[in-house]
Design a protein around this ligand. Structure first.
Ligand code: ZN
Length: 601
């Protein structure tokens, strides 16, 4: 008997979902239930159970005692026959990671709302998604990659859906409301695109046209022969669901869908064919999450098989699953013709400079950054640039180094694409196949695969890149594909080596960078800047004031710290980080053409 879940937007105005879970054969010793502490794809303990407002158990209408075991687990007293747990979930987290409900729409991830029935994780589940009550909600529809149950919900309708097990239940976010919807097919597979939030004159046809190119390029990368989309193993379609706000940004990957947030201004306007930087960012985000359909949702680190959602789960491999995905997201934009080679090279420079900006790159490896994601990358404080490195940004550069190295040493006969395909064939393609016993991929297996596929000995390089903290030797690799590298001359003007924000008209210090003038003088995060050399630092005026000075000039900086005025003597210096510019060399470059795919269209 399947486990039966039901969820209803009980009081949209109070942001409450009502949920029931009915277990036909509960554990005779007393059934335990638990809610995940984190959601796959976002490596931080979020304790979703703290949003459960009221919880009770009954069997055949008779109340059953329920004992709380820890912050996220409950145990019902032993009963025979069907046991039902009922509870309400407060849903007011406007992100892709949790649940959100008001009178305009509802969104949830199963990990925020559906209790796991311990010991019955492998049981199939039926999910009854109810419409909110009242005429105001008559137009609401449902978007999800969950399968409609036989005789259950109609496509985009409320009603009964089904999943194979708990792992799948929490891998299909659900959006409900009056969203804009468009569809396209890529390599014969259906894709839905859903936008929630007001977006005047949204150019949906353009978005579907561009996404189709990106999706097809990715499907053909992994399956050049069959061009078979990865989710077709169990799902008939893929869903891009996007919440649009003024300045939102974020995405979370799932096996047959992705939940996204983007800024209204980033989306294209009907009748305007310009490609803004914002739209490139949006396409890059879609490309990133879609690439995860292979890389992390099916090719998985061994530590994630199965996901252990009650506490932190450590892997040193996020540089592969997030970093390589970050490398391919923009690469697929240029290969599919959504951006030009010159624009792509700009994005590479941006990623490189981002890594160069923080001295954390010299202190933490991407393997360590992956392992400590839970307490460092996801919980960054003001010292983050001096202490940690991003496994996204540096991980994407590691992929670039490996790709260009393999291409260079094999005369482009082998590439990183071959490595990804081998990972896919060996560890990913059959991941959700019925009866397949999957165990994910280990670090040692990843290392071995690189050598096997490339025919090279890459062990030392791979270890240096992922376990080391040395500078990446990118310049000769860029040269090999016809990209000119120049270190930007340190600006003649002086810099303090701080990041600031404006708050109530004050310029407040966010971060103090290693090696900068401010750090040497004792400027600290949280300081309010008052005056530079006796001149008030008005809102947004710091750079203008600094522009009048040269490196080596001695000045006095006044700051407030804990409301105490302090005068700090300071010798101005240059910006601590060197920044790079990249430029395409003129003319055709065969190796570059093979890499960026420009030879094919
Ligand atoms: Zn990602």
């Amino acid at each position: 008997m399947p486990i039966r879940y039901a969820i209803a937007p009980l009081q949209p105005e109070a942001h409450l979902f009502a949920v029931t879970v009915t277990v036909s054969a509960p554990d005779p010793a007393g059934q335990r239930f638990t809610l995940p502490a984190w959601i796959p794809g976002s490596y931080m303990v979020r304790d979703f159970a703290r949003h459960i407002v009221r919880i009770r158990a009954d069997a055949g209408g008779v109340a059953v005692p329920l004992t709380k075991l820890d912050k996220q687990s409950w145990q019902a007293a032993p009963v025979e026959g069907p046991l039902t747990i009922s509870y309400e979930v407060y849903a007011w987290d406007l992100s892709v990671r949790a649940a959100h409900l008001d009178t305009t729409h509802g969104f949830f991830n199963g990990s925020s709302v559906f209790l796991c029935v311990e010991g019955q994780e492998d049981q199939p589940c039926l999910v009854d998604i109810h419409a909110p009550e009242g005429d105001d909600y008559a137009d609401w529809r449902v978007a999800t990659a969950m399968r409609e149950a036989r005789g259950g919900a109609k496509r985009y309708g409320f009603g009964l859906y089904e999943v194979a097990d708990y792992d799948e239940l929490v891998d299909h976010p659900v959006e409900m409301g009056t969203f804009a919807l468009a569809s396209f097919t890529a390599c014969g597979a259906k894709h839905d695109v859903v936008f929630t939030g007001r977006v005047p004159n949204l150019d949906l046809p353009r978005i579907t046209r561009d996404l189709k190119r990106i999706c097809e390029a990715q499907i053909r990368l992994f399956e050049p022969r069959s061009a078979r989309a990865p989710f077709l193993d169990s799902h008939r379609r893929y869903v891009f669901m996007t919440m649009v706000t003024t300045d939102g940004y974020g995405g979370l990957e799932h096996r047959a869908s992705t939940a996204l947030m983007c800024a209204r201004g980033d989306l294209p306007v009907t009748g305007n064919s310009d490609t803004s930087e914002g739209y490139r960012t949006f396409l890059g985000l879609c490309s990133h999450e879609y690439f995860h359909t292979w890389n992390v949702k099916r090719i998985k680190p061994a530590a994630f098989v199965p996901y252990r959602l009650a506490q932190e789960t450590y892997t040193p491999l996020l540089w592969l699953f997030e970093g390589f995905t970050s490398y391919y997201d923009d690469l697929m934009l240029v290969r599919s013709g959504c951006i030009t080679e010159a624009q792509y090279v700009e994005l590479l420079a941006k990623a490189w400079n981002g890594v160069l900006r923080g001295s954390g790159r010299l202190k933490q490896s991407v393997a360590d950054s992956s392992f400590d994601a839970w307490t460092k990358y996801y919980r960054q404080d003001e010292n983050a640039p001096n202490a940690i490195v991003s496994y996204y940004a540096k991980g994407s550069l590691v992929a670039l180094v490996l790709d260009l190295t393999i291409r260079g040493k094999t005369g482009s006969k082998r590439t990183l694409d071959d490595v990804m395909r081998a990972l896919w064939q060996r560890y990913g393609r059959d991941f959700y196949a019925p009866g397949a016993r999957q165990r994910g991929v280990t670090e040692a297996e990843v290392h071995a695969l690189f050598d096997e596929v490339s025919g090279l000995r890459l062990g030392n390089l791979l270890r240096a890149l992922t376990e080391g903290t040395g500078e990446l030797a990118l310049a000769p690799l860029f040269k090999s594909v016809g990209i000119h590298v120049a270190a930007q001359k340190p600006a003649k003007t002086a810099a303090l080596g701080i990041k600031t924000r404006t708050e109530d008209g004050w310029t407040k210090v966010n971060q103090v960078l290693d090696g900068g003038a401010a750090q040497a003088a004792g400027v600290s995060a949280g300081d309010h800047l008052v005056a530079l050399d006796g001149l008030r630092i008005g809102s947004g005026q710091l750079d203008k004031l600094l522009a009048r000075y040269r490196q080596g000039d001695s000045v006095e900086l006044h700051v407030f710290r804990r409301d105490e005025l302090m005068a700090l003597p300071l010798t101005l210096a240059r910006e601590p980080a060197t920044q790079m510019t990249l430029k395409l060399e003129e003319g055709r470059h065969p190796a570059r053409g093979r890499w960026l795919g420009s030879g094919r269209h």
